[in-house]
Design a protein around this ligand. Structure first.
Ligand code: AMP
Length: 485
């Protein structure tokens, strides 16, 4: 690809370039202006090309905790036409090996497991190399179809697959959201979300950058820090667990958030009681929206019209939503937001012949087009806004010595929305304990995937087809009644 206009870079830096001295990111006491982000992204782009021969279409894997430089690195990848592959730093080495083998990046930035083929370079080393490079870079051309990122999501098989998102997908997403949520230069976004996830990077950070707004970036969600940030913020984006944690703190009052005009929630369903408690405490109605990694945002309650609690609002402008099958039907989506395919999976098309993507969620549409997500047809647990695929946890448990079989379910939880719970059947004579199983899993699974509870059982309840009856298991565990096996 030749040098030229790069749609994504223009979108993310265009507004900021008009006034490079404006604050793009506040990080502790540091301020990153749009100009300094732009310059660092150019220097990093030079390092990627000159020192690591990164070319258009190559993958750059990034496994680092949140910091503002990560945003510059993300933009640098867009400038050189490389696909940005963010990895959750909490993933264990075995998890990371699998993802890297699939993505085959030219470089891994951050901490790497031993024995990798590709160079593993710490972010600080990359920044040190970048320090002396010129702060201009001739961007590679990029348009709607240019692949920009790979985000791993696990299918029902428990084997993660990489959703390939194009510049067009990402630009449509943030520009549409900025329009419907009225996000502009004067906004200050409170951003406590991780930068390796669609919500933190492509919704929160991209909206703020594209709007020329300022983001107050936080290394993680910590109630005190978020409350401090809210004192200066105008918009917050979070997951339901963030809101229940804010509510659990008495310092959250209408007064403490008086400068905020919009609270957005998504990535997991928000309970009606959380909506109500938040309104009672602060006077704000949280705006709930809905999306997936593969499609970016799909639907949103309106900024100005009626926000209906229990729904995720109508489809975004330019996005089509339909329900397949008898109500509640599977939510299917078509539009410029939808990915074109999965990395290395030509045999698993992401979209049907008519271009619709099946989200695996179950929904209902009301007469005004408001979408209600009533459940999931896919086996997925969302805990604190992060997805856990039971199949992956079951495979890890089943691989332990002395385990006969296992079933993993999500149980309702006030704080996390859902928590991971495992029912494990051990082999005769095996001396496994619940704590022992949890400890062994820590070697192979990221902490948020480790079951909060492990229940040892004699057998698993199965239906006539021999399939484990997860709904029954869940009920027995939730009510604490009856045998789980
Ligand atoms: P992710 O790919 O991590 O963004 O997770 C996407 C999944 O999160 C969706 O398929 C839904 O199951 C769930 N989800 C996201 N937002 C909402 C919401 N507002 N209400 C209910 N479920 C949601």
């Amino acid at each position: 690809m030749t040098e030229g206009t790069n749609l994504l870079v223009e979108t993310l830096l265009g507004e900021g370039r008009r006034e490079p001295d404006r604050a793009a990111v506040r990080w502790g006491d540091d301020v990153w202006t749009f100009g300094s982000l732009d310059a660092l992204s150019a220097r990093l782009a030079r390092v990627l090309v000159a020192d690591f021969s990164v070319a258009s279409g190559d993958r750059v894997a990034v496994r680092v905790p949140t910091r503002p430089e990560v945003l510059a690195l993300n933009v640098a990848c867009a400038r050189v036409g490389a696909l940005y592959v963010p990895l959750n730093p909490a993933y264990t080495d075995p998890e990371v090996h699998g993802l890297l083998d699939d993505a085959s990046p030219v470089i891994l930035v951050g901490e790497g497991p031993r024995g990798r083929r590709e160079p593993v370079v710490g972010l600080d080393e990359l920044l040190e190399r970048a320090r002396t490079r010129p702060d201009r870079f001739e961007d590679r051309a990029g348009d709607e179809d240019t692949p920009a990122a790979i985000l791993f999501t696990s299918g029902t098989t428990g084997r993660p697959k990489g959703a390939v998102l194009s510049q067009g997908n990402l630009v449509f997403g943030c520009t549409t959201l900025n329009r419907v949520w009225g996000i502009g230069r004067d906004d200050v976004l409170v951003h406590p979300l991780p930068l390796f996830h669609v919500h933190g990077l492509f919704v929160a950070a991209y909206c703020a950058l594209a709007a020329g707004a300022t983001m107050r970036l936080l290394p993680s969600f910590e109630v005190g820090a978020v409350l401090d940030a809210l004192a200066e913020g105008t918009v917050m984006m979070g997951v339901p667990t963030h809101y229940t944690r804010l509510l659990a703190d008495e310092r959250l009052t209408a007064e403490s958030v008086r400068g905020v005009r919009l609270f957005v929630s998504g990535s997991a369903p928000m309970r009606v009681s959380t909506h109500e408690a938040f309104t009672a405490r602060t006077g704000h109605r949280i705006l709930e929206r809905y999306g997936t990694t593969e499609t970016g945002m799909i639907a949103s309650n309106p900024l100005d019209g009626e926000r209906r609690v229990g729904t995720v609002g109508p489809a975004l402008p330019g996005v089509e939503v339909r329900l397949a099958g008898t109500p509640p039907g599977r939510v299917e989506v078509r539009g410029p937001n939808v990915l074109s395919g999965y990395w290395n999976r030509p045999d698993q098309p992401a979209r049907g012949p008519d271009g619709f993507f099946d989200t695996g969620d179950l929904g209902r549409l009301d007469a005004d087009g408001y979408l209600e997500i009533v459940g999931r047809a896919k086996d997925l647990v969302i805990t604190g806004g992060l997805n856990v695929y039971p199949k992956q946890v079951e495979q890890a448990i089943d691989a332990l010595d002395g385990v006969e079989e296992s079933a993993v379910v999500g149980l309702t939880d006030r704080d996390f929305g859902e928590v991971v719970v495992a029912v494990v059947v051990t082999r005769p004579g095996a001396e496994l304990t619940a704590d022992g199983i949890r400890a062994a899993l820590r070697e192979v699974l990221a902490p948020y995937k480790i079951p909060k509870r492990v229940v040892l059982a004699g057998a698993l309840a199965r239906n006539a087809m021999g399939k484990v009856e997860k709904a029954r298991l869940r009920r027995a565990l939730e009510e604490g009644t009856g045998p789980v096996g």
